[in-house]
Design a binder for this molecule. Sequence first.
Ligand SMILES: Nc1ncnc2c1ncn2[C@@H]1O[C@H](COP(=O)(O)OP(=O)(O)OP(=O)(O)O)[C@@H](O)[C@H]1O
Ligand SMILES: [Mg+2]
Length: 687
Amino acid sequence: MTGEASYPTKVGVDACHRGYYPTGGMDTLASGGASGAVNRDGIVTHRFWRTAARCGAGFAVLAALTAVLYRLTLRFALLYLLVVVFVSLTGDFVASAIVSVAAWLCLAYFLSPQPGPQLVLDNPLNVVAVLAFLATALVVTSLVSRRRASFQETAALRDQLSLVIDTIPALTGVTLPSGAIELVNRRWLDYTGLSLAEAQGSGWRRWVHPDDHELVAGKSRAAQAAGEPFEVEVRQQRTDGVYRWFLLRVVPLRNERGEVVRWYGVSTDIEDRKRAEALLAGEKRLLEMMAGGDALAAVLDALCRLVEEQSAGVLCSILLLDAEGRHLRHGAAPSLPRSYTEAIDGAAIGPSVGSCGTAAYLGKPVIVTDIATDARWADYRELALAHSLRACWSTPMLSSEGKVLGTFALYSREPRGPHDHEQDIVERITPLAAVAVERTHAAEALRQAQAELARVTRVTTLGELAASIAHEVNQPLAAIVADASACLQWLAADRPDLDNVREALTAVVKDSERAAEVIGRIRGLLSRAPASREPCDLGAVVHEMLSLVGPELRRLGIAVQTTLAPDLPLVIGDRIQLQQVLLNLLMNAAEAMRETPPEQRRVVVHSTVEHRGDGAWVILAVEDAGIGFGELDAARLFEAFYTTKPNGLGMGLFISRSIVERHEGHLWGTANPDHGATFHFDLPGMR
Ligand SMILES: Nc1ncnc2c1ncn2[C@@H]1O[C@H](COP(=O)(O)OP(=O)(O)OP(=O)(O)O)[C@@H](O)[C@H]1O
Ligand SMILES: [Mg+2]
């Protein structure tokens, strides 16, 4: 109940005073025999004078009555009794006893058959009269006191009840079946700032959020029709115009005939819980984004939006420290003006460079409550003020080793510090942002390591092919040398045969192109170029790899066949990586056939197109007639470092599978029905 914490105190004190020191109680104390002696707090004096006043009034009435009756020589004892009763109705026994005695004296002295200065107590009638007066005074005052005590008790109970109703940490109200609001508690009045009269009829629409009107009206209609309790989560407007979430619970009260006579409603503030739930849901969404491998920019953008949703009016910004740790680069700031984010992009960090530059430099949060006056904003003040930014609270994002990764900042358009809940959000979200950044760094490092590993294995594979490649390059070179020598000889003749020379030179060009092609392919496979995504023709990939591996396969006595589908759709990916997959499969096939009788050694490369629900897929398969693999091996073939070869690394299939999966495809192996194995991979055709 933010902003309402101090509320109950006053109500409590007032009610306590009413409850514990009721005014009427003083009379009870006085008539119970308070001495009337000197007192310090004035209470006894006050009682004395009040009793004296009552006596005085009683005496005056008695005197008047006696004078009249004396003149008329009437003796109406009943009239004196009435005066005693009137005084007794004040509940003051002392006053009524004194007046009783005075009444009797008047009666006995002035109106006795033998009036005289002496009191006549020997007359039994006189004794009866004085006793009757005193008894009447006693009975009436005690009745009045009792009545007054019960009245005070009721009032005290009512006070306590209203104290409880006003103190419970909720807005409460009672409604009649007609819909008229009978009462609401003080908290309700203070929260809404409305009077009970203003709340009547459709007045509830004034404090319930317009988007919740339908929901509340529907629920309440249904509950009234069924006479059942209901609850609903609803936004209620505070007197300052801010809406907060409340859980409204309403229950009916029934009479003995089962009819609903009242509806009791309690609204509990659930704003903090709602906020925590929304934050948790947002965090979950962000974690899912991170786990799903979403781009860092998208994650940071979502993170900023989450914070901005949670704290109305703030603008969120994330800056990332560059690799050298000297400059801050734009990370995300979906709501800050682009001209501002562009202007601060690349700012150097330092001991006095705005909130973010300083926070990144010090590795500590920097809270600037007024950009207009804070010395740390000297260099960026004009820029910020031109964009109506007045406050900026920046927190460094730290890696698990405590290294600054960047800053997480909230801007406000008013000069102020962060509210408690904004501080909480920053404390919860900053580590999440740091995890996102650190994870991206780690993923980038992993990607680089994988690329390097793939390159190393390509180099290793090419090493195995070195002899064939050398041969492959040597052949055209030898042919070039032979053709060139022939040309020289022909040209040395008196009448050179230019047709022969032309033919030989054409062969030279072709051979040099062939050699250049081989070298180019090897260079491609050895390159460190980053992975690309471009349309690739898998048929061409097969030809290129067979031209590279073909000589080696032939050297090993392996027959190579290809059955390629004519209209293979293009696939999107990195040509070199796809070449590497095929190279690995061909090399594995060749190695699997070392023990195969020479006449059975053959590799078949098939390509087919399959039309699935989501479009065309290209399937490439490399079939061999080698030793194959058993069921036990099948489960481990794609594990890193699993090899059955003395000089194998066990990385070929592992890397191939990760390449294919990065291209959204699959790689798998099957044992052939007779002997040997077939490895397949599929890739989605270009859509
Ligand atoms: N065509 C095949 N026929 C039978 N077994 C195979 C075939 N291809 C792979 N294997 C088995 O799978 C294992 C793993 O193959 P992988 O290509 O990952 O590593 P490797 O060939 O042993 O070593 P390298 O990392 O040098 O390629 C091989 O050692 C082999 O036992
Ligand atoms: Mg291999």
